[in-house]
Write a protein that binds this ligand. Structure first.
Ligand code: PRP
Length: 181
């Protein structure tokens, strides 16, 4: 049984089937691009874990997964992000794909890429399910993009409002009054 879309949402932007199809395409592309290589998928908790879980199962190749967590940056404080949970494994010499649910300002990916780069991976790529380019502050390379979307507050498939609604199988926009309240 699926989780119902809550009343605070006004529209389903990406339904479960649409997301699954795109995730499958991204998985096939990544499997082809990294065939025979030491592939690591790394995501940033918490939002990215839903996409990572589906994406890794769409990649028909051996791979490892790992997680890190960062504190959210405070608006107006120069985009400072700090790591609050480190990776479990060394990534030296590995082909790393940083998996993100959404790239918005780009500050998180920018920080995480610099952190990962310093650890000597053989290659470093970014796979983002959602790209919201209109709010970009830090220009970051995105090698694999699921969907490019306008700047709307979204919930579901890892995206939350106050910690809730990550478990929706779809991605939905919020009613304006829900965002403001
Ligand atoms: C979200 C998302 C990205 C980040 C992107 O995480 O998972 O990590 O925001 O935003 P940016 O491009 O503006 O940096 P969030 O800080 O909401 O934490 P969460 O993953 O725990 O929801």
């Amino acid at each position: 049984m699926n989780v119902a879309v809550p009343v605070i949402c006004d529209a389903v932007l990406l339904d479960e089937t649409t997301i699954r199809r795109r995730v499958d395409e991204l998985g096939s592309q990544i499997a082809e691009d990294f065939a025979g290589k030491d592939l690591r998928l790394i995501t940033v908790l918490k939002g990215g874990l839903f996409f990572l879980a589906d994406l890794c199962r769409a990649i028909d190749a051996p791979l490892e997964i790992d997680f890190l967590a960062v504190s959210p940056y405070a608006p107006g404080q120069g985009g400072v992000v700090q790591m609050t949970k480190d990776l479990s494994d060394d990534i030296g010499g590995a082909h790393v794909v940083l998996v993100e649910d959404v790239v918005d300002t780009g500050l998180t990916v920018n920080y995480v890429l610099s952190l990962l780069r310093a650890r000597g991976p053989e290659s470093l790529s970014v796979c983002a399910l959602l790209d919201k380019p209109t709010r970009r502050i830090a220009e970051v390379p995105i090698d694999y993009t699921g969907f490019s979307l306008p700047d709307r507050f979204l919930v579901g498939y890892g995206l939350d409002l106050g910690g809730l609604y990550r478990n929706l199988p779809c991605i939905a926009t919020l009613r304006d009054d829900a965002v403001l309240s």
